[in-house]
Design a protein around this ligand. Structure first.
Ligand SMILES: Nc1ncnc2c1ncn2[C@@H]1O[C@H](COP(=O)(O)OP(=O)(O)OP(=O)(O)O)[C@@H](O)[C@H]1O
Ligand SMILES: [Mg+2]
Length: 439
């Protein structure tokens, strides 16, 4: 199910009528198409409108403007319970007095009417099967064809009446073979409903691998297990769209990693179109097919994680993606060349002279005695395969600059300074005011 957001906007009015300007534009003109079966990461700092976007998709909040489509259906004004959406909240809450099984079954209690349809379909299928078996046992080859023959047989019988001398008086003696009667034996609807719900609950539990914990209470589970119960509870409705709002925020680092891989696996297995909200760029980059980067309610950039990393549209996006983060310097374009302080880093033809921000990814630095960028060496941290070279430059916008270098080159670093050349695809230039990308 593809999900289309069209000019989606949410404004929370000011609490105080005297200061209407204090309204919050939580989501501003958000347009995006989430392709069918994909996992989209919604990424941005706290307060940028991620949860609000999610709540509009599931219907818990009404947009101030714009529309939402599920496939071709306009669901903008549809009640949440009719949207077929599974939601795992930022602060997922399990019912503490219920077992895992009861927690997972809970959403199905509200869907009894819909599930009953499925029960009736199953009963019809069972009855049809039994009828076929009955017909076979009674030598009825094709019930429909047999029925069609009846009028012909009746007409023939009418002719026989005269021929065989049957009269009103002796008619009672004429015995007509009664056709065998078919009565299907079906389980009660309520019983089937219960079984169906349990089937669904166990299916969801198996997906998140907690089917062996069904009789425990939430207090008897680890944080990660509780989280998975919350996900199973969202999956049990077989949603058309799955919305996850920071589902890993309560987990420790190792469990976070494990659970995010799990979410990816579940998403792939079920093929449910999923939106995954996080403010952790690494999390978003690692599990998303596509990411949307937001800032103050405004979409900054959308695309494949690697494409956005390699081609950030502006300084905000460049800074937001990547660990360690991109290093930013005050720079200047002068006579078709790019300068940081006195160091001329590269030719930059076609860009007018102006002050700029210069971003260099940590992996973009290459140790080079004759390199153009001169730094004051602060420290070297060796971490197995790589090392972090920490250095200083008066033009850097942070106290220190971090570069990642192959640790085999450790012996090449010493003394008080270090020089680098820069990989051209790892350096970006941004407009000083608008912060839009120039190079
Ligand atoms: N009910 C509300 N009334 C007024 N303002 C609200 C309401 N809900 C959210 N906001 C504001 O809307 C903006 C976006 O909030 P939202 O919860 O969508 O952010 P978020 O990106 O999910 O942040 P976080 O990462 O902290 O969860 C914030 O400035 C927030 O204060
Ligand atoms: Mg939020």
């Amino acid at each position: 199910m593809k999900v289309v957001l069209q000019n989606l906007t949410k404004i929370f009015p000011s609490r105080n009528k005297k200061t209407p300007e204090e309204q919050v534009v939580a989501v501003n003109d958000f347009t995006f198409e989430i392709p069918d079966g994909k996992l989209v990461g919604l990424l941005g700092p706290s307060g940028c409108g991620k949860s609000t976007t999610l709540y509009m998709i599931c219907g818990l909040q009404k947009p101030t403007g714009g529309s939402i489509f599920f496939g071709e259906d306009d669901v903008t004004h549809l009640e949440p319970e009719h949207r077929g959406v599974g939601l795992v909240f930022q602060n997922y809450a399990l019912y503490p007095h219920m077992t895992v099984k009861q927690n997972i079954l809970f959403p199905l209690q509200n869907m009894k009417k819909e599930l009953m349809k499925e029960v009736d379909e199953r009963r019809e299928a069972m009855a049809a099967e039994q009828l076929a078996a009955f017909n076979a046992a009674n030598g009825i080859e094709d019930a429909a064809a047999d029925a069609a023959k009846v009028p012909v047989e009746v007409a023939a019988a009418a002719e026989n009446v005269a021929a065989e001398g049957i009269t009103a008086e002796n008619a009672a003696e004429v015995t007509v073979a009664k056709p065998p009667v078919f009565r299907p034996k079906l389980p009660a609807r309520q019983k089937m409903l219960k079984e169906l719900m349990l089937d669904r609950a166990y299916m969801a539990a198996r997906l998140v691998q907690i089917d062996n914990l069904m009789d425990r209470k939430p207090s008897e589970l680890s944080g990660g297990q509780q989280q998975r119960v919350a996900i199973a509870r969202a999956l049990v409705k077989m949603p058309r769209v799955l919305l996850l709002d920071e589902p890993l925020s309560n987990l420790d680092a190792r469990l976070r990693l494990q659970t995010r891989e799990e979410i990816r696996r579940i998403q792939r297995e079920t093929g449910i179109t999923t939106v995954f909200v996080t403010h952790d760029q690494e999390e978003a980059m690692s599990i998303s097919d596509l990411i949307v980067v937001m800032k103050l309610g405004v979409v900054q950039q959308t695309g494949k994680p690697q494409d956005i990393y390699d081609n950030p549209a502006n300084l905000f996006v460049a800074k937001f993606l990547g660990t360690p983060p991109i290093n930013v310097f005050d720079g200047e374009v002068k006579n078709g060349a790019l300068y940081v302080g006195e160091d001329c880093l590269m030719k930059l033809p076609g860009i007018a002279d102006q002050p700029v921000h210069v971003g260099i990814r940590p992996e973009g630095f290459v140790l080079d005695k004759n390199g153009p960028l001169h730094m004051e060496l602060v420290n070297v941290e060796v971490m197995g395969r790589d090392m972090s070279v920490i250095s200083k430059n008066a033009a850097a916008q942070t106290p220190t600059v971090r570069s990642i270098i192959d640790s085999d080159l450790r012996s090449e670093i010493g003394g008080e300074t270090v020089s680098f050349s820069i990989k051209p695809n790892k350096i970006f230039v941004f407009h000083k005011e608008t912060e839009e990308r120039l190079y």
